[in-house]
Design a binder for this molecule. Structure first.
Ligand SMILES: [Zn+2]
Length: 215
């Protein structure tokens, strides 16, 4: 029984003899001085949407949190286990990131599940996804009921609505609200289309998604 799957060992071999060598000075200085990323990205677990790949980022550049459907729950200091909130707290209060980007994506399985199980009730007692996606049940119910839209249009709509929802929830965290009001922290929305590679960014004034100029 191998210690790790073969494809991981092969990938690591490429990394340690390639990128790690060419960027060794950078890795050493990051180890010595610690990380100081300016941007936190909240992305989906989906294997096709790695922020480091989409934004061509190197070590130390992005503080990345990934969960199913890139959702931010509201601020709930209730003594329970909140992994997403813990990562946010660390990024904002310790690393003092200047930007938080909620990045959704096309063909999101979590969003698809929310649309097909448009109920706040989890699928089963052991169903974590149903409970997690119930965060956006009100929006999912509304979008799912819209017979004017195609299945694809409904998915894209909810993917983008959920980004706006997560950004609104970011503002329920007192430390985030205060820093944003002081102009020390900017909140952004983005949506990545897996099939075309297109990146869309949220217009903060309107909430609409637009293609950014990339030069
Ligand atoms: Zn997803």
């Amino acid at each position: 029984m191998p210690l790790l799957p073969d494809h991981l060992i092969a990938g690591y071999r490429n990394f340690i003899t390639g990128r790690y060598v060419s960027e060794s000075d950078h890795y050493r200085s990051l180890a010595r001085e610690g990380q100081a990323p300016e941007t936190m990205i909240i992305a989906c677990c989906d294997s096709r949407t790695a922020p480091e790949t989409v934004f061509d980022a190197g070590p130390g550049e992005l503080f990345v949190l990934r969960n199913v459907a890139n959702l931010i729950p509201p601020y709930e200091p209730d003594g329970e286990y909140h992994s997403t909130s813990a990562a946010l707290e660390f990024a904002v209060q310790s690393l003092k990131v200047k930007n938080i980007v909620v990045m959704g994506h096309g063909r999101c399985g979590g969003i698809k599940a929310a649309l097909s199980h448009n109920s706040a009730v989890p699928l089963s007692p052991g169903d974590f996804i149903g409970k997690w996606m119930s965060l956006i049940s009100p929006a999912a119910d509304t979008v799912a009921a819209s017979t004017m839209m195609t299945t694809g249009e409904r998915a894209t709509a909810l993917e983008r609505i959920s980004i706006r929802y997560s950004i609104a929830n970011l503002r329920t965290f007192p430390c985030i609200k205060i820093l944003e009001d002081k102009g020390k922290l900017a909140l952004h929305g983005a949506w990545f289309d897996v099939s075309t590679g297109e990146l869309w960014a949220m217009n903060k004034a309107t909430g609409d998604f637009e293609r950014p100029e990339i030069g």
